[in-house]
Design a protein around this ligand. Structure first.
Ligand code: 5GP
Ligand code: MG
Ligand code: MG
Length: 208
């Protein structure tokens, strides 16, 4: 897509390299995903948002699901849950996955159908660690919806139950996906320019 045909906030004009997926296309894809997901459930579902990157996908997905029929053609009751997971520094996974969920929060999921909503899967380590943790708590079912899956040779083979887009092996920003917490307020999914990479480089970069 030609950048000049789309609205990019003034504060990011020099920081964006390519526009990969326009916001409207992301929204269209989520509407279709919401149909597929909603009709696979019949009982009250816990939709668990992986913060911070998954927040916009969660909001748009749940807002569609609320209007759609479940397996029995009825409305599906949806509970909301939020967890914080962190593994990235600059544009690379650190391999050290930190999951913020208390023992009590985990125990509350026993017997429930849970759908994890994640922004993007790269190596798969984050989701593998999270699903492995949840499986210890006797949930009725655990499924993962990820807006993006990256085609990378570093994949550990983890593949989500629902995927929005399969994307090339580049670091993407926008639609709540960040680079060191910047660019979440960009609607379109883009790659970063070298200017942007330098401008928002983390000062406390961990050696790898
Ligand atoms: P994984 O554990 O699969 O290697 O990485 C998953 C997490 O890393 C994602 O939830 C996301 O927060 C972050 N991540 C991976 N690739 C990208 C990317 O291209 N852009 C952004 N903004 N975050 C990414
Ligand atoms: Mg994430
Ligand atoms: Mg991030």
């Amino acid at each position: 897509y030609e950048l000049k045909h789309f609205v990019i906030p003034d504060h990011y004009t020099d920081d964006v390299d390519k526009l990969l997926i326009p916001h409207g296309v992301v929204i269209d894809r989520i509407e279709k995903l919401a149909r597929e997901i909603t009709r696979n459930y019949s009982d009250r579902l816990v939709v668990c948002c992986v913060l911070k990157g998954g927040h916009q996908f969660f909001a748009d997905l749940v807002s569609c699901m609320k209007k759609l029929p479940n397996r029995e053609g009825k409305s599906l009751p949806i509970d909301h849950d939020f967890i914080r997971v962190k593994s990235y520094e600059n544009t690379a996974s650190t391999g050290n996955v930190q999951i913020s969920m208390t023992e009590e929060e985990l125990c509350n999921l026993e017997g429930r159908d849970v759908l994890i909503v994640e922004d993007i899967i790269d190596t798969g380590r984050t989701m593998e660690a999270l699903v492995a943790l949840l499986k210890k708590y006797k949930l009725r079912s655990v499924k993962v919806a990820s807006l993006f899956v990256k085609r990378t040779p570093l994949s550990n083979g983890f593949y989500p139950d629902y995927v929005g887009f399969s994307i090339p092996d580049t670091f993407v920003i926008g639609y709540c996906l960040d680079y060191n917490d910047v660019f979440r307020d960009l609607d379109h999914v883009c790659s970063i320019s070298s200017v942007g990479i330098k401008k928002y480089m983390s000062k406390n970069k961990t050696p790898s």
